[in-house]
Ligand binder design. Structure first.
Ligand code: C2E
Ligand code: MG
Ligand code: MG
Length: 711
């Protein structure tokens, strides 16, 4: 315990100070009392002394007076016997040391002894001088003797004198006795006094101890408890017991206020935690919370011979929802998705434990584990759950009164087979999910080490794609486009091909994606445009009959958004001499939708160059037919997924028919893609579709083959 600054030690220090002061005062008082006692004793001694002395002196004077009177006659007649008799009667008194009768010259006449040994001798003791010269009764005092002398006279004439010496021993003895008794009495009183003071001091100390106990119990104790609780709360230990009191004083108020404050801190902390750990949109755990949970689980499960699976689910083409229907609709889709995932997880819960989180965007993650050791094989279970999720999430979603079809790609990674730490597991899950996308989306894939290589390949691909055009690895093929009405050639779509020096031909769906994401498309795109124009000019020169055939070039959304597409097109036309009407630009829906106003401006500028603009893969986005009214385009290309089913699915046929009718009402040309069967060709012609391309009429072919076709 720290004593230096505490309230209680301070109080004790104060109490000790007060005690010291009181002790000092009492000490001074006692000292004064002792001095006073001493003074009183001295004074009394003096007064006793005076009293006793006076008594002796008075007696001496009386005796001396009488003696002088009774010695007149004997001295006059010089009767030594009579004098001796008188003197001896005086000498009988116990305290009389000497009696001397002397003549006027100071010589001894009688001293009371039988032989008067000193007779005739002059008195030579120290007191003698004053005795001889005194004319009246005279009293002198030495240390031990009181000397009283009186002249003996006849009438006025002095005939001699008498002196008596009284011993003062008895006076001193009496005095000492009285003083001793007095001192004993005084000491007694002093002792009693000191006792009283001591008792008072003890009472004072007792009061001090009591007050300090009260202070400790009622003030210091509670405050210390509060301080301890505050320290605990400060350290984040919110479970700590906050003191409770029913006291109706300031400390009670403080304690209650503290308790309320503690509660509100706990509440705030909970709120902040909830906010920090939950995804605001779906109410699911967020990435942070999931990461902590995963770390925790890994720590517990490690060494317990248990398996866990991590499922990374990503909505396919979710960006299109945002782009075409707006972000609010996107949010709605995410909420519905999260609800569905939750339902699937809870549906057949056979002893498994699944933690669900949203990682932001359209990514959901599930941590799957079994509570009992040696449970069912985790891979089988994860695969079952993934299948259930893909099936459930594949069902159409109603957003703003519109049916939206979305798929989900799921990547699965297993602990401890694939990785032993959270970071690696999450990376693996991501890779597996990406592979599910590459494999055609709307499916699941388990992570395998080979996938790492796939990711690496993608990085390599980007490096390889750089400069591929200059090295001649990229080339164009042409797929003929026919007029349905009379089955004549109308033009060709230029399609890019990449012949990789090591890996051979690479699918456009793969490398175009890489080119778009890396930005390489911005250098490849213009090159393709120019090459297509050059080729078109080439085949018109060789075949004058082909001077009306168009060439359609695919342009990536990124190229359009950059803003200088119309300049590029104009430049390519000017450089090659191709008439603008013979160049068609194909843009996907996503390039056009989103910011419709900006897109319309860009498309307007593009069309001002004289080229025609076609909307590619129409129907896969969510633009809907009404969208056709709002963007300035010349044609739509119905996606091959619809064409593929026109013979089997009446819905697809109805939609295709509706697109054709709608487009025609707006003066827009309709092109059907992916015609692989005669039946498809026939039905499209029957419904009034203008143009068609597909394997049934012709595969994409190199320029030489296409020219041969013109023959
Ligand atoms: P797209 O513009 O829709 O091109 C038509 C795709 O359908 C081509 O695939 C073509 O080979 C394929 N196809 C044609 N007839 C049939 C058929 O009867 N059945 C089936 N199943 N498929 C058919 P490809 O060549 O693999 O190109 C794929 C996509 O890559 C293109 O789709 C286009 O979006 C993109 N692409 C191709 N070349 C370029 C280019 O130069 N620039 C840009 N930005 N994108 C390109
Ligand atoms: Mg195309
Ligand atoms: Mg297409």
């Amino acid at each position: 315990m720290k004593l230096r600054h505490g309230l209680y030690p301070r109080f004790l220090l104060l109490a000790a100070g007060v005690l010291v002061v009181v002790l000092a005062v009492v000490g001074v008082m006692l000292h004064r009392q002792a001095t006073m006692q001493r003074d009183v004793v001295t004074l009394s001694q003096e007064s006793i002394h005076g009293l006793l002395f006076d008594r002796v002196r008075e007696r001496g004077q009386a005796v001396a007076g009488q003696l002088a009177d009774s010695l007149v006659n004997p001295l006059y007649y010089f009767d030594l016997d009579a004098i001796g008799e008188v003197l001896r009667s005086v000498l009988k008194q116990s305290d009389v040391r000497y009696v001397i009768v002397y003549d006027n010259s100071g010589a001894v006449i009688h001293d009371g002894s039988g032989d008067i040994a000193t007779y005739g001798q002059a008195m030579d003791d120290p007191l003698a001088y004053e005795v001889i010269t005194a004319s009246e009764m005279h009293v002198q005092v030495s240390d031990k003797i009181l000397d009283v002398s009186a002249p003996v006279r006849i009438g006025e004439q002095r005939i001699g004198g008498v002196r008596i010496g009284y011993s003062l021993d008895s006076v001193v003895a009496d005095e000492n006795r009285a003083t001793a008794a007095m001192r004993v009495r005084m000491d007694d009183i002093g002792y009693q006094h000191a006792m009283w003071v001591l008792v008072m001091m003890l009472v004072l100390v007792a009061i001090g101890v009591m007050v300090s106990l009260v202070v400790q119990r009622s003030l210091v104790g509670p405050i210390r408890q509060l301080a301890n609780a505050a320290r605990e709360i400060e350290a984040g230990n919110f479970a700590t017991q906050v003191p409770v009191t029913r006291r109706d004083d300031e400390v009670g108020d403080l304690t209650r206020a503290f308790s309320r404050m503690g509660d509100s801190i706990v509440r705030h902390d909970r709120d902040i935690r909830r906010m920090a750990y939950t995804d605001a949109l779906t109410g699911l755990s967020n990435r942070l919370a999931f990461r902590e949970h995963l770390d925790q689980r890994l720590m517990l499960v490690r060494g317990a011979a248990r398996q866990m699976a991590l499922l990374f689910a990503d909505i396919d083409d979710f960006k299109r929802v945002n782009d075409t229907l707006g972000h609010d609709a996107g949010d709605e889709v995410l909420v519905q998705f999260s609800n569905r995932i939750r339902e699937v997880i809870e549906r057949d819960d056979d002893g498994r434990h699944a933690a669900l989180a949203r990682f932001g965007g359209d990514e959901f993650v599930i941590l799957l584990e079994f509570s009992d050791i040696g449970g069912p094989d985790i891979r089988t279970q994860a695969s079952r759950l993934a299948d259930a999720l893909v099936a459930e999430l594949g069902r159409p979603i109603m957003v703003r009164g519109r049916q939206v079809f979305l798929g989900t790609s799921i990547g699965i990674t297993v602990f401890p087979d694939d990785a032993s730490n959270a970071a690696m597991l999450m990376k693996n899950g991501d890779i597996a999910m990406y592979q599910a996308k590459v494999a055609g989306k709307n499916c699941h894939r388990f992570y395998s080490r080979a996938m790492d290589q796939a990711v690496e390949r993608r990085v390599h691909m980007e490096q390889d794609l750089r400069g591929a055009w200059e090295r001649g690895e990229l080339s164009l093929v042409y797929q003929p486009v026919f007029r349905l009405a009379d089955n004549t050639l109308a033009g060709a779509e230029a399609l890019l091909r990449w012949q990789h020096p090591e890996h051979g031909p690479i699918a456009p769906s793969v490398f175009i994606d890489v080119a778009e994401q890396s930005g390489l498309i911005e250098t490849i795109g213009p090159a393709v445009l120019r090459a297509a124009c050059v080729d078109a000019m080439h085949w018109t020169r060789e075949h004058p009959g082909a001077k009306d055939l168009f060439v359609a070039v695919n342009v990536s959304p990124r190229q359009l958004r950059n803003g200088d597409l119309s300049e590029q097109v104009a430049q390519a036309l000017a450089d090659t001499g191709l008439p603008a009407s013979r160049l068609h630009v194909e843009l996907t829906e996503t390039a056009v939708i989103g910011d419709e106003i900006r897109a319309s401006t860009l498309l307007g500028r593009l069309r001002a160059t004289g080229v025609k603009v076609w909307l590619d893969d129409f129907g896969t986005g969510f633009s809907g037919l009404s969208h056709l009214r709002r963007v300035p385009i010349d044609g739509v290309k119905i996606d091959r997924s619809f064409v593929a089913d026109v013979l089997r699915d009446p819905d697809d046929l109805a939609l295709t028919t509706a697109i054709i009718a709608m487009a025609h009402s707006l003066g827009i040309t309709v092109v059907a893609e992916g015609v692989e069967k005669e039946g498809q060709f026939d039905i499209l012609r029957e419904r009034g579709c203008d143009l068609a391309q597909g394997y049934w009429m012709g595969y994409p072919m190199v320029l030489r083959d296409f020219m041969a076709l013109l023959d």
